[in-house]
Design a protein around this ligand. Sequence first.
Ligand code: FPP
Length: 256
Amino acid sequence: MRSASPGLDRREAEVYAKLKPALPQHVAIIMDGNGRWARRRHLPRVAGHRAGVAAVRSTVETAARIHIPALTLYAFSAENWKRPGAEVSFLMRLLRHYLAEQLPTLMRNNIRLDYIGRIHELPADVQERMCQARTETSGNSGMVLTLALNYGSRGELVDAVSSLVSKAATNGGFEHLKVSEEAIAQQLYTCHLPELDMVIRTSGEMRLSNFLLWQAAYAEIYVTEKLWPDFRGIDLLTAILEYQKRERRYGGISAQ
Ligand code: FPP
């Protein structure tokens, strides 16, 4: 049980007080349901994405306040390019706007921003803003907020194996090529992040959708029916409470 609640509102503080000390070290979220949220209100899909930013703000701030070391958000998948051009452009504009507008909040909460995915394929103006925001927050020592952009887990594994092979080729040939779990993990985009403990998915869908497939090997999966624009910091705390009730055996047997 915890007593002090670091800058949380009353409802959040009530849930926080029930948490055990061992928090997940790395939480990743599949933010799903923006389109459905908008459709239920007879609004265009992009209104759901816009409303999704409020959910991002609340979740990020709460995660940082309770000192989760790493939070990773699936913001744009490698498959999302298949959406109508106008929706893709809107998402890119929204990202640029978010990075500019949220910088003071990231600084105030000591959050360091980073990215995973094939960033070099994103529009140049978006990359520029991303680079600025990452540089400005690089001295922060609190939570690492990683945005997965143009991210696909299979592509990440292809990039990791390609990198192993080309390193071997430049370091004296394939007899030096060592393929092991550690060697692959060291080439993943997430190599600097803690082990993934928990994946949250909103909108009730029971899939990983090409997100952190390797990293999620022993992660606890939590699915909520809430649509992403309705998700808030208190929902993150509720998910963590549920996570702490699970018994993680990693293929072993129950502890006595
Ligand atoms: C999935 O909902 C959501 C996305 C593909 C985009 C996620 C973007 C945001 C949450 C807003 C901006 C984020 C940042 C970091 C600035 P969907 O459109 O697939 O929903 P549906 O399944 O109901 O159609």
